[in-house]
Unconditional design. Structure first.
Length: 500
C-alpha cells in the first residue's frame, strides 16, 4: 500500500506484459501493449476513511469501477468499466494487496481485478473475478509502475475531472483556460471553486484554444531541442523506418532496428523546425510525387538534395500526448493503414475524415540526447617545463588548443537597434557585436539591455524567407553558433503581436 500513498499516478502491467488502458469511448477498459500513451496512466486517490483503499481515475476523468454486470451471460466474471457515479460509492474502491513483488487489487465484493487471455472475446478484456484454476492464478497479478506527472498535467487533469461534475458558462470556461496557461488573473483552482453543480462537456473556444495550441507547440519543440536521435511510433503501433533501398520509408513493428532511428538536426535560425536524417544519411523528405495517381497523399521518401530546402524541414506540433509533424506547406506526416498499397505506407497529407485523424499522430521516443562535453586541459603548472625547452615551445604553440574550450562556450552576437516601425536607430545603424556566454533568451535580453541602455526591448530574428521579424523564444540555437539579432525598442500599443 505504501507505493500508492506517495504516487500521483501509476501504470498497471498484467502478466501478459500489457498495460491497463482507458479506451477513448470513455467507458471500456482493456489491455494494450502500448504503455506510452496517456490512456495507460491512472491517477491515484486515497480513500480517507479507509487507509488501505484507493480509487483509480483515468485520463478521461472517470473511475475504474467494478460493476455487477456479467461480462458474458452465464459466465463468471463481471465487467470493469470507467464510470462517473452520482456519488463516490464502494464500487470505485480497490484494496491493493501485495503478492511477492506484484499487487492484487481486491474489489468491493472480494473479487480481484483480472487481465484475461485466451481467444476473443476474452482476449485483452478486464473483469473482476476469483481465479479458480491454477492456469489463471497469475491473471490477477499486476506490476505497478509509478508515473511522474508534470505540474501542468496535474492542473489540466484536475480541471478535466471537475468539469465532468459541473457546468459553467463560456466566460468561466475562458477563465479556466486562462488560469492554466497564465494569461488570466484568476488561478485555475479558484476558478473551479466558483463553478455551479451541474454537468457539462469541457470544450474551449476562441482565444483559449489558440493559447492551448501555443502551449502544445512549445512542448513539442522542447522534445526535439536536446534530442540527438529519436524513434517515431505511429497510431498503428508501428515505427517509421528507412528502407534498405535508401529511398523509400515505411512502417514496421520492429522498433529496435537501426532503420527506425532518425538523427535530429535543428534548422539554424528557426527554433521550431527540424530535419530528420536516416541511418543512410538521407533526409526525411516531403516529396511532390503522389503515392497513387488521383489521390491526395504524396510520398515521403529519403533524399539528399544538393541544397537543403523546405522539403526536408518539419515543424513538430503537440496534440495532447502525441506529436504531429507539419511540412512547410501545411501537410502532416501520415502513417497509413488499410489494405495494400496503403498499408504501412507513409505520406504527407491533411486528414479530412474523422477515421483518419489519428493517422497523423506520432509518439516520439528519444533514444539519444545531446551531450556537450569539453576536452580536458592539462594544468599549466603540471606541465613542469623549462621556458627554453622544445616541449615548452610546443606547449606555447598549442595555446590556441588550450583556449578552444573557452571559445566553444561563447558565441558572437551581432545586433542592430530598430523601432517598431522598422526604422534603425542612428547610433546603431551599422550594427554592433559582443561575445555572449549563455543559451537562453532571458540572459541574452538582459545583456542587450546593458549594451543598448534600453530596458523595454524585444529580441528578434529576421526571417531569411520573408524578411519579417520574429521574437526569440525559449533557448538559443545549439552549438554556440554566431547569431544576428534585431533589438526592437518600445512597441507602443501594438505589442509583440505586431512583429509576427
Amino acid at each position: 500500500m505504501e507505493i500508492f500513498t506517495k504516487a500521483k499516478a501509476v501504470k498497471l502491467r498484467s502478466h501478459l506484459e500489457k498495460s491497463l488502458v482507458a479506451d477513448d469511448d470513455q467507458e471500456t477498459v482493456r489491455q494494450s501493449r502500448n504503455s506510452s500513451g496517456i490512456r495507460a496512466r491512472w491517477f491515484v486517490e486515497l480513500v480517507h476513511d479507509k487507509p488501505n483503499v484507493i480509487r483509480l481515475r483515468s485520463c478521461h476523468g472517470k473511475y475504474l469501477t467494478a460493476t455487477d454486470i456479467p461480462f458474458l451471460l452465464g459466465m463468471m466474471g463481471n465487467k470493469v468499466l470507467q464510470t462517473v457515479p452520482d456519488k463516490m460509492d464502494w464500487k470505485l474502491q480497490w484494496e491493493p494487496i501485495r503478492d511477492g513483488s506484484q499487487i492484487k487489487f481486491r474489489s468491493w465484493c472480494g473479487k480481484f481485478l483480472r487481465a484475461n487471455g485466451g481467444t476473443p472475446p476474452w482476449r485483452n478484456s478486464i473483469t473482476h473475478d476469483e481465479p479458480h484454476t491454477g492456469a489463471t492464478q497469475r491473471w490477477v497479478l499486476w506490476d505497478v509502475e509509478v508515473v511522474q506527472v508534470p505540474e501542468s498535467d496535474s492542473v489540466l487533469e484536475y480541471i478535466s475531472s471537475v468539469s465532468r461534475f459541473s457546468s459553467v458558462s463560456d466566460e468561466v470556461l475562458e477563465t479556466l483556460s486562462d488560469g492554466v496557461f497564465g494569461s488570466g488573473p484568476q488561478s485555475p483552482i479558484s476558478a473551479v471553486s466558483s463553478v455551479k453543480s451541474t454537468r457539462f462537456s469541457m470544450v474551449s473556444t476562441g482565444s483559449p484554444k489558440q493559447t492551448n495550441s501555443n502551449k502544445y507547440r512549445v512542448a513539442a519543440v522542447d522534445l526535439f531541442l536536446n534530442a540527438k536521435a529519436v524513434r517515431l511510433r505511429s497510431h498503428h503501433d508501428k515505427y517509421l523506418v528507412a528502407e534498405e533501398d535508401e529511398e523509400s520509408v515505411s512502417q514496421d513493428r520492429n522498433g529496435s532496428s537501426k532503420n527506425a532511428r532518425w538523427i535530429v538536426e535543428l534548422v539554424p535560425g528557426f527554433e521550431n523546425i527540424t530535419r530528420l536524417k536516416s541511418v543512410y544519411n538521407k533526409y526525411l523528405t516531403a516529396s511532390n510525387q503522389p503515392l497513387l495517381l488521383g489521390t491526395t497523399g504524396r510520398k515521403v521518401i529519403q533524399s539528399l538534395p544538393k541544397r537543403l530546402d523546405s522539403s526536408v524541414e518539419w515543424e513538430p506540433l503537440s496534440a495532447g500526448n502525441h506529436v504531429k509533424l507539419k511540412t512547410r506547406y501545411g501537410n502532416f506526416l501520415r502513417a497509413n493503414g488499410g489494405l495494400p498499397p496503403w498499408r504501412n505506407s507513409v505520406t504527407h497529407d491533411i486528414p479530412h475524415k474523422t477515421a483518419t485523424q489519428d493517422w497523423v499522430l506520432w509518439d516520439v521516443d528519444v533514444v539519444e540526447i545531446q551531450v556537450k562535453s569539453l576536452p580536458a586541459v592539462p594544468d599549466e603548472d603540471s606541465l613542469n617545463l623549462e621556458p627554453t625547452s622544445p616541449s615548452a615551445v610546443s606547449a606555447r604553440s598549442s595555446d590556441s588548443y588550450v583556449d578552444s574550450p573557452h571559445k566553444s562556450d561563447c558565441r558572437t552576437i551581432y545586433y542592430r537597434v530598430e523601432d517598431d516601425n522598422g526604422e534603425a536607430d542612428d547610433e546603431a545603424a551599422e550594427g554592433h557585436s559582443f561575445s555572449f556566454k549563455g543559451n537562453n533568451v532571458a540572459e541574452l535580453t538582459h545583456k542587450l539591455m546593458e549594451e543598448t541602455g534600453h530596458e523595454d526591448i524585444v529580441v528578434c530574428t529576421r526571417s531569411p524567407l520573408n524578411g519579417k521579424l520574429y521574437p526569440l523564444r525559449l533557448q538559443l540555437p545549439p552549438n554556440n553558433a554566431d547569431m544576428h539579432v534585431v533589438v526592437v525598442l518600445p512597441l507602443g500599443s501594438r505589442g509583440e503581436a505586431s512583429l509576427c
